[in-house]
Ligand binder design. Sequence first.
Ligand code: FA5
Length: 333
Amino acid sequence: LESGALSAIDGAKTMDDLEKIRLQYLGKKGELTQILKGLGKLSKEERPVVGSFANEVREKVQGKLEEKIVNLKESVYEAQMEDEYLDVTLDAGKLRVGHRHPLLKTKEELEDLFVEMGFTVVDGPEIESVANNFDALNSPKNHPSRDKSDTFYIDDKTLLRTHTSPMQIRAMKEYGAPLRIVSSGRVFRFDDVDDTHSPMFHQFEGLVVDKGVSLANLIDTLNVFVKEMFGDDMQIRYRPHNFPFTEPSTEVDVTCLVCHGEGCPACNHTGWSMELLGAGVVHPNVLRNCGIDPDVYSGFAFGMGIDRIAMVKYGITDIRLMFENDDRFLSQF
Ligand code: FA5
């Protein structure tokens, strides 16, 4: 009995097994219990001998059971630990964090800069009327930019805006004078793609209308802008130009950031960056078209290529990089 009980306990795999064994030997009707109960039927001489022996066995079995219960509990715990093991020192793999696009960064920097100078940011549509994009901007009916080979028309009266200058019209008609706004967004042209041209690009427009605004105010504003954007060492060059909506008009270049004016392949050995922006004194016809009296008010306006500003700022020599979404490029910003 003793060896049977002990080896049964040894072989038990679960608490249930153990409970069955306990009942089998030590339960009310268990084998050992029966023996102890039956002691009374034995003779006086036999009773103490059998009794103490049976008690010894019972104690051994009881002890072994308790020992086994502890062992089983331990191994269940260990199995659970094994199962739920978590190595907090394991390499979790690189968490990839997104990057802000250089165009977005540049646009926000431009907005911050001009907001500090007292401008208000306004927003407008990419699908624009021919009236706002050309007519109200004093663009003659035969102006080459109106050509179907230059402009994406939707129908006779609507197009994808070719510049952000129609925002001048929208702002003047909505707010009247005096006025100081900037506006930016996508513009579209049938331009062939090269290092500095894309058929979709971004412009940042500015307009000031007030009493006594002159070319000097424009030049002063742009000079401050260039120093703030690119640093004090940056030189700025004004070239006379012609826009239907400004008179006089100018185009602006800054020092080539690659060679700092020495001349290099990036700037075709001129020492100057590609053309950055167009600007000028608002044409009286444009003010008139928006219900503002040019005898009382005057203004200046500018329109810059955000893509090109970003290129100069970050030393990017190919505009196509901006739109290819190549991770190796984007992750540098
Ligand atoms: C204009 O679009 C005028 N509306 C700017 C202006 C506004 C003049 C207000 C006067 C007053 P222009 O076509 O030059 O001008 O374009 C302005 C700038 O957009 C350029 O200097 C250049 O930086 C950028 N740009 C022009 N075409 C492209 C192109 N295909 N890809 C990338 N950038 C371009």
